[in-house]
Design a protein around this ligand. Sequence first.
Ligand SMILES: [Fe+2]
Length: 381
Amino acid sequence: MRVLGIETSCDETAVALVETNPWSTDILAQVISSQIELHRPYGGVVPEMATREHLRNLPLLVPQVMKEVNLSLDAIDAVAATEGPGLASSLLIGHSYARALAIALSKPMIGVNHLEGHLISPFLANRRAVEFPFVGLIASGGHTLLVHALGWDRYLKLGSTVDDAAGEAFDKVAKLIGLPYPGGPEIEKMALKGNPEAFGLPRSFPERDNLNFSFSGLKTAVRFFYEKSPQMQTEPEWAYDLCASFQKAVVDVLVRKAVAAVAQSRVERLAVSGGVLCNKMLREELEFTCYEAGIDLVLADAASCTDNAGMIAGVAAEKLAAGVEPRCGDDINPNLSLFASSEADGDAARGLSAAIKLKNRQAKKGLQEEDVVAPGEVEVW
Ligand SMILES: [Fe+2]
């Protein structure tokens, strides 16, 4: 089965063709047109400019992908596009293009949740079948999210950021120090020359059963040290240590929470994706910690960390192959949730807390592990 995927949720226009086989889903071809240079002078994404670029790019990228695999559009079985979450105007372009293409080809049109794409992208990148259950960590400029993935469309929110996303914190600290957008690679370059232990920066929610993230305190601490140092404001090399300490603080929190989430969810597998995963220190710390803890770590590669269409086509193809009813793709939803409903999120959180508390109580009473209700066993749907 071949699915053509289109992703335009933010500032990247991406088109991919995937094909399912009995063991995994392969990305046959993929092209991504990045708009970083276009938005760089503004220090962030300008929605209208992104929309115009998507409109210009899509009619060029779709034929380019089909040419790469030497196939005609008749050879595809379905068209998939990102339904949400994302920038409304950007989503509309990709979604409308995909719908028009599906109608013209008389093929099904499938709407895909962008976050579900990120969740499965590590499996696609490693040419592995999507193996439920697992804990997914998505760390990007728009999201910092821990998910207990029990099966297709059965996702339990374990934790998320209460303020900035991890990638957003990198961007904001980079801007404070006078580094260009996007901030992640710039901070990483500076951090390579610095001492990560030089500044004692705070880590949010250090308690093990709180899987939420917060980066505002960390950001404020960086600002405090930066503004107290006239040298840092005039000579960038004085900020090497501060960048290294900031990067270490973000990595520490992401790794610690992800490993705690795996333990609490009683799964064996951790799948990590999102643009922040391009950070080398984060990849190394995850690999080392998961190896020590005996966790099966599945990491997205550099090409699939950032927004891409392979993950969108991949979700649609895997669902079709598994006989799961995909979304019909009638309309976009910029606030589309990965979870059943906000009410279900609350129920899930309460169920999870109850399970954790019960586990702690039973542990205190000296009960065996199998007597304890695991969070994943709490029925929330
Ligand atoms: Fe994304």
